[in-house]
Design a protein around this ligand. Sequence first.
Ligand SMILES: Cc1cc2nc3c(=O)[nH]c(=O)nc-3n(C[C@H](O)[C@H](O)[C@H](O)COP(=O)(O)O)c2cc1C
Length: 342
Amino acid sequence: MSDIIRSKKNYYTDNRRRNIEMNNRITELLGIEKPIISAAMTWVTSAEFVAAVSNAGGMGVLGPNAGQTEAASSPEDMADRLTKEIHKVRELTNKPFAVNYIFPMGGASEDPFTNAVFEVLIKENVKNVIAIGTEVVESEMRRLKEHNVNVVYRDLSPTVEKLLDAEKSGVDALIVTGYEAGGHMSEYKISTLSLVPQVTSKVKIPVIAAGGIIDGRGARAAFSMGAEGVYMGTRFIATKENPASIETKKAIINVKSEEFIEFKSGQGHLRTIPTEAGKKALELINQGKSDEAYKYYGNGFKIGMLDGDLINGTISVSESAGGIQQILTCQEVVDEIFNSIN
Ligand SMILES: Cc1cc2nc3c(=O)[nH]c(=O)nc-3n(C[C@H](O)[C@H](O)[C@H](O)COP(=O)(O)O)c2cc1C
């Protein structure tokens, strides 16, 4: 009898947990079915890729230079290209998506590129932004909220204190990024496993976990630490729809976690597959020649990740890349994760 009561209890607890995971504060805020979000990544997002993630029930995010093969020549040119990319997303899906928004660094309120993106967001009635920065800029928050834009904030070097401040400034949700992440990493070497539970036990707004999550097992861990969504870059680069070169995708499949090199970049740290450019940058940084090193990694993502030049570019991904075995479709990635958390 007591066994029956116990298993009934488990049944109800499990079901309650399921409902929370299926329909939680993140899915409600963003208007999506599954709390699985592909990260904003410079050069390696596009309308086709973003729409594929959104059509799979998650949410795609247009990153800087989305769908482009060369840099914009001015804020106006960038706004024009972003507008076209948003239109393309809308031709491919009627599901929600987001745009990356970069808060001016150091609290400055005027940046022509930020202003250009802002104008596009409002004109195009974009509902969700993934805002990044070293702090939440009050004037930016005010103007986004005046237009009812959902602001999901990702601090570039997150700490519990900084995220408590971000919560006070009125952001709708937080992305908490651990040091395992791809791209420019935090200046603090705090892992996802360490940081996410510290943040979820302090803040009241919903938290999305990022950094090193590549499958349902990682997503389950994130959810058990109190996260209500996952935000993934590296796993989504190695998908069929991602615009990264096939060489980049193969490099991700082939790399072992112990092979990466890492150096302090202008902003935080950078981890890369040891390409010639990456090795040269590391060598120069070790000699104290940071400016010279920048020449090797500064435009590295475009050359390495988009163009697939594994000699002159950098391939900056999560250390979890060692666990990625296959190039999948976005639908397959989203389904595997959703089935694990659901
Ligand atoms: C190649 C690459 C480029 C990135 N560029 C950006 C960017 O332009 N803006 C941004 O907000 N985050 C950027 N990121 C960080 C991602 O948004 C995300 O935080 C990170 O990929 C999550 O970690 P994961 O790669 O372990 O999933 C980039 C990440 C990668 C791998």
